[in-house]
Design a protein around this ligand. Sequence first.
Ligand SMILES: Nc1ncnc2c1ncn2[C@@H]1O[C@H](COP(=O)(O)OP(=O)(O)OP(=O)(O)O)[C@@H](O)[C@H]1O
Length: 239
Amino acid sequence: MLDIDGLSVHMGGQAVLDGVSTRVENGQLVYLLGRNGTGKTTLLKTICGIMPATSGRILIDGRRFPELPAPPQVIGMHLGTDAAHPGHTARRHLSWLARAGGIPVSRVDEVLELVDLTDVARRRVVDFSLGMRQRLGIAAALLGDARTLVLDEPVNGLDIDGIRWLRTLLRSLADEGRSLLIASHHLDEVARTADRVVVLDSGRVAADARVDEFVGAHADLEEAYLSAVSRPRSAGVPR
Ligand SMILES: Nc1ncnc2c1ncn2[C@@H]1O[C@H](COP(=O)(O)OP(=O)(O)OP(=O)(O)O)[C@@H](O)[C@H]1O
């Protein structure tokens, strides 16, 4: 479970996140939405202990990140498709992560199978397509069998079969009782699988609701989203 309370992150003298509070319960698949540059990646990195909070509190299964005895076994993270050394094979990358995280190396084959990369496990990451690097990042997030998962735009670059595969995987991980927080711009995936949405706007929570509540009287999810976020600074975007 993720519990975020009054989280602010300041960078370069600016508040990138400003008093963000939300919660992802066990068994919930929550999508984090918002315009480019509105703080989604910053929020995920702060949850994962990569960026420092200026104020506020983040609890992962009731504990702050520095108190976690074995972080990769508590929170799985996929924060971008360039995490692996390009000269390493997929297997070497995951084996290194497993050793660093105190995870049995035998788990590597399991996650390679889960993300359908077994056949290319000995190929170097530099030769991977974007979709293959997404799968590798998802494999890394799943290595520790953590109860909480944080994924940044995992759909990007996946082919149509891959998007369907990921949708089924994410839903089943939530149905097993895990907490998932996923930043995305893919409203179709949100509509199909999300339990809740959290919308960030200029670093603040503009909406935090069950999907059906969020859509409410709006025609659809896109209309609900556009009415939740402020107008873009650039002109000419029809509303
Ligand atoms: N290291 C940094 N120093 C200063 N500002 C930063 C730093 N990293 C990010 N920012 C700023 O923080 C803001 C939020 O960026 P962030 O990457 O969290 O947005 P995002 O919502 O994930 O965007 P996108 O949808 O494009 O991925 C942006 O204005 C960005 O310029």
